[in-house]
Design a protein around this ligand. Structure first.
Ligand SMILES: Cc1cc2nc3c(=O)[nH]c(=O)nc-3n(C[C@H](O)[C@H](O)[C@H](O)COP(=O)(O)O)c2cc1C
Length: 269
């Protein structure tokens, strides 16, 4: 039995990031505490004085970056030299500067990043006719995440948090990639299969489903996370013909070669 605590802090609209973080936590064997900031209500408060043996920051990669609303919330956390592990989950294209950005955010919060990981999740834009990394993370990915957790726990056991190195190197460039702005682009069609169950309203991280207007999407607010599409029990929400559907088809054609998780560790001092 251990009394060590791991705190997971994550944004995960289609739950692949959550699955990877849960597996990492399992691997550590630590007691788990979670801040899931996916829904807007959960982002209204900021925990004060985080206290844990280890903090894992998790975010999906959006256009090579950490989604802005997650980055902005993470930056408001403060922790005193707690060992941290930034983890990004991406849809088998690239993670570009997202892992470096998340590592930098963890430092900004006062954490000491000791390891980092980039894992693969089914792409949010993946559809049945145009799958992109379907069913990832799969069992092999989750086994890798558990092993990663195990290794982090061993590292903390042998090196101890006091020796946590400040020399963690991860891929990425500064200045980070310019974020893509796609506000107002028509994205989702609601078909006649909609039974007005309201699941889409419940899962939207930015409250962009217009319940009073046929459950349509407010395109100026939508972040294109696809949570509502994936959660709809009737499969009644579909991508409109247009730029996003074109991207989905292109990614299906260009990102077919399986990528594998990557993990990084700081050198012990
Ligand atoms: C707006 C948007 C942009 C994305 N950009 C990228 C990207 O640059 N590279 C990539 O490989 N995947 C990209 N993805 C896919 C997600 O990173 C991937 O599906 C991830 O597993 C989603 O995490 P979640 O399940 O925790 O929401 C993007 C997804 C969305 C919604």
């Amino acid at each position: 039995m251990t009394n060590k605590k791991i705190t997971l802090v994550y944004f995960s609209p289609t739950a692949t990031t959550k699955s990877v973080l849960d597996a990492i936590a399992k691997g550590t064997g630590y007691e788990v505490d979670s801040y899931d900031i996916t829904l807007s209500g959960a982002r209204e408060t900021i925990p004060q004085g985080l206290d844990a043996s280890l903090i894992v920051f998790g975010a999906p990669v959006y256009s090579g970056r950490v989604p802005k609303l997650a980055a902005d919330w993470f930056k408001r956390l403060s922790a005193s030299k707690i060992p941290a592990v930034p983890v990004v989950v991406y849809g088998n294209r690239e993670y570009d500067d997202a892992l470096l950005e998340l590592k930098d955010i963890s430092v900004q919060c006062g954490c000491a990043p000791i390891a980092a990981g980039a894992f693969i999740g089914e792409h949010s834009f993946s559809t049945q006719p145009a799958p992109i990394a379907p069913d990832r993370p799969d069992e092999a990915d989750l086994a890798c995440a558990r092993k990663f957790g195990e290794k982090i726990a061993q590292l903390l056991e042998t090196a101890g948090p006091a020796k946590a190195a400040d020399n963690l190197m991860v891929p990425g460039n500064v200045p980070y990639k310019k974020p893509t702005v796609a506000k107002g682009v028509p994205f989702i069609d609601v078909t006649d299969d909609c039974i007005a169950c309201g699941t889409c309203v419940e899962v939207c991280p930015v409250d962009a489903v217009d319940e009073k207007n046929g459950f349509g999407t407010l395109d100026d607010i939508c972040i294109h996370c696809c949570a509502c599409i994936k959660a709809c029990p009737q499969s009644a929400r579909i991508m409109k013909d247009g730029p996003f559907k074109d991207i989905s088809v292109k990614l299906n054609q260009t990102c077919g070669v399986r990528k594998e998780p990557e993990t990084f560790f700081a050198d012990a001092k």
